[in-house]
Structure formats: C-alpha cells, structure tokens
Design a protein around this ligand. Structure first.
Ligand code: HEC
Length: 125
C-alpha cells in the first residue's frame, strides 16, 4: 500500500475516534443501579421499612408509643419532616408538655419515644 501523509492522517484520526468511543463506553457502568448516584455504602445500612399502621413511620422499636403519643394533636408529617438536633428534640418534648398540654407519660415511655425520634429524625445521625 502506498502510504502518503494524507492517508496516515486519516488513519490517525480514525484511531483517535476509536479510543474516544472506548473511553466513553467505559464511563457507563451497567452494574450501577442509578447513573450519577453513588452505590449504597455499607454504612448507610438497609432502609427501614415504613409501618402502614402508624402513618408510615419507620418501623423500629418505639414506633407504636411515638404514634399514639404524638398523633393526637397533629399529623405525624410534622415529625417526619424534621431533621433537628437531639437537644432540640429534648426541648420540643418539654415544650409540647408545658405549652401544648401534651400528657406526660411514664419515664420508660418518654425514653422510648425520644430515642425513636433521635434515631430517625435527628440531624446528628
Ligand atoms: C397536646 C397536643 C400535642 C401533642 C400530644 C403533640 N404535639 Fe407536637 N405540636 C402541637 C402543637 C399545637 C404544635 C404547634 C403547631 C404550630 O406550629 O402551630 C406542635 C408542633 C410540633 C412540632 C413542630 C415544632 C416546630 O419547631 O415548629 C413538632 C416537631 C412536634 N410538634 C412533634 C411532636 C411529637 C414528637 C409529639 C409526641 C412526643 C407531639 N408533637 C405531640 C401539639 C401537640
């Protein structure tokens, strides 16, 4: 084959094009569930299932106590939308009793509910 400067240039361009395609193909990872989002890390743990009996609050220990204590005056949506500090939850607890007239439960129930609120709706974890 008679190789001149022009055909060499075309060959180089085609090679470059092929490499570009290969690189582009690599960026797409078919094993990743949602493109552009990092895969779930072990730290994030399995998602907690919502409990349909209690307005879909996360189904872990304390869900029942929290639901019955907190859904009397307002929807639990006001709880679910929170991402506040643990200290703010402690403050809101007293505020709900002293200013809103929430019934004061026994210490065990209080601790179960506060632990539940801090586990799911805290800015600290
Ligand atoms: C006796 C009635 C009553 C009960 C029971 C009650 N709340 Fe409330 N709660 C209120 C009222 C009233 C408001 C204020 C609504 C407003 O913003 O006008 C409120 C507001 C809130 C807010 C929003 C506070 C903010 O920063 O604006 C949160 C969060 C909350 N309640 C959580 C709870 C939790 C958790 C429980 C159960 C432990 C609970 N409430 C039980 C009456 C109650």
């Amino acid at each position: 084959m008679h190789l001149n400067l022009k055909t060499a240039g075309v060959a180089a361009a085609m090679l470059l094009f092929g490499v570009t395609l290969a690189v582009a193909a690599q960026a797409y990872d078919p094993m990743r569930a949602v493109q552009g989002q990092p895969a779930a890390t072990p730290e994030s743990g399995p998602a907690v299932a919502p409990n349909p009996d209690f307005e879909n609050l996360p189904d872990t220990a304390g869900v029942e106590e929290t639901y019955y204590m907190c859904s009397g005056c307002h929807s639990t949506a006001i709880i679910k939308q929170q991402s506040i500090s643990d200290a703010r939850w402690d403050y809101l607890w007293d505020w709900m009793i002293e200013e809103q007239g929430m019934a004061k439960p026994d210490e065990e129930t209080k601790q179960a509910i506060l632990a539940y609120l801090k586990e799911h709706f805290s800015s600290e974890r």
